[in-house]
Design a protein around this ligand. Structure first.
Ligand code: UT7
Length: 302
């Protein structure tokens, strides 16, 4: 399967919740949040919906890549915070883009959603039935946070990231998996409920496995990769992966201090920011984990 990412985009809402704000909401402190998670603030929607943010991030990618939007024939949105069951966020984005024909649908693989969506897009593009995919992660997690639970409410933020994906001569590689969360350690029924410690242990292992497996599939080593774009859930999780795998921490792109955990949006937002800093072609490794439990990685040129 060979695809590359032609352009990236993001949308960050203007509302902000700082750690100091949380000191007024639950019994916590800026010091605890920063040292345990690396988060300093997170962004929060003002009026925007998950659809709005998905569309704005898509337009950012379309403009940055000078893409003719009429050429997009596949739209996949990864999200766990769609406002309605149907039509999907992707259908709504298609409508906002004014595209009369395209295949468009959402997927739910929690925080691994963008990686799953990228692999699905890549598989569909490789059939030659579609030519240009728009893959988006968009989340309004601040609407499903339990603001009485200090274990979880300080972690999550809102935002969206998008990528334009095309067939390419450059090789791309994917590894996507799920294993059952028998004990409901990470669920959203109405609000996010999580046993952070259990998820933490799973996450460190799942990220390392995903990095190893995708490198193995690609027949590459970590030295062949320009940057690792990890899901931003907790700085300490990435530090543990870096230490356990003997990969310098500087090789991981981090922005959790600014955004907190934005679930399916975290990888594409980080990717878009990386691309802004490095406009020349790079080979990146995306890696994530989340509720399900899902986990996975991708190696792709951007
Ligand atoms: O995208 C995937 C979703 N989520 C994740 O990846 C999260 C994975 N887990 C984590 O990131 C971490 O487990 C947390 C940040 C959630 C928690 O960090 P921890 O170092 O595992 O803390 P802990 O759960 O062991 O709690 C340590 C103490 C507890 O107090 P006691 O029982 O030792 O007295 C907690 O009650 O810290 C307390 N605590 C807090 N204190 C101040 C928990 N949350 C807070 C808080 N402020 N916000």
């Amino acid at each position: 399967m060979s695809v590359h990412i032609k352009a990236t985009g993001k949308y960050i809402p203007n509302g902000v919740l700082t750690n100091k704000d949380f000191e007024q909401i639950v019994e916590t402190s800026d010091e605890w949040i920063v040292t345990r998670t690396g988060i300093k603030k997170r962004h929060k929607v003002v009026e925007e919906t998950t659809v709005d943010m998905a569309y704005y991030a898509a337009m950012d990618a379309i403009n940055k890549g000078s893409i003719k939007k009429e050429d997009i024939d596949l739209i996949i949105v990864a999200t766990i915070t769609g406002e309605q069951k149907t039509p999907s966020i992707a259908n709504a984005v298609q409508m906002r883009l004014g595209l009369e024909t395209a295949m468009s649908f959402d997927i739910n693989a929690a925080c691994t959603g963008f990686i799953y969506a990228l692999e699905v897009a890549s598989a569909l593009l490789s059939t030659f039935a579609y030519n240009r995919a728009l893959v988006i992660g968009s989340e309004t997690l601040t609407k499903i946070v339990d603001y009485t639970d200090r274990n979880t409410c300080i972690l999550f933020g809102d935002g969206a990231g998008a990528a334009i994906v095309e067939r390419s001569k450059d090789a791309s590689h994917f590894f996507s998996q799920a294993k059952p969360d028998y004990n409901d350690y990470l669920t959203v029924k109405k609000y996010i409920h999580m046993d952070g410690k259990r998820v933490y242990i799973f996450a460190v292992d799942a990220m390392a496995t995903s990095i190893e497996k995708v490198l193995e599939k690609a027949n590459l080593t970590i030295d062949d990769i320009d940057a690792i774009i990890p899901h931003q859930a907790n700085e300490r999780i990435v530090q543990a992966v870096s230490k356990n795998m003997n990969i310098p921490y500087e090789r991981f792109e981090m922005n959790i201090a600014e955004y907190g955990n934005t679930s399916a949006a975290s990888i594409p937002i980080t990717l878009a920011e990386y691309k802004e800093k490095h406009p020349d072609k790079k080979r990146v490794l995306l890696v994530g984990f989340g509720g399900g439990f899902t986990y996975g990685a991708a190696i792709v040129n951007v």
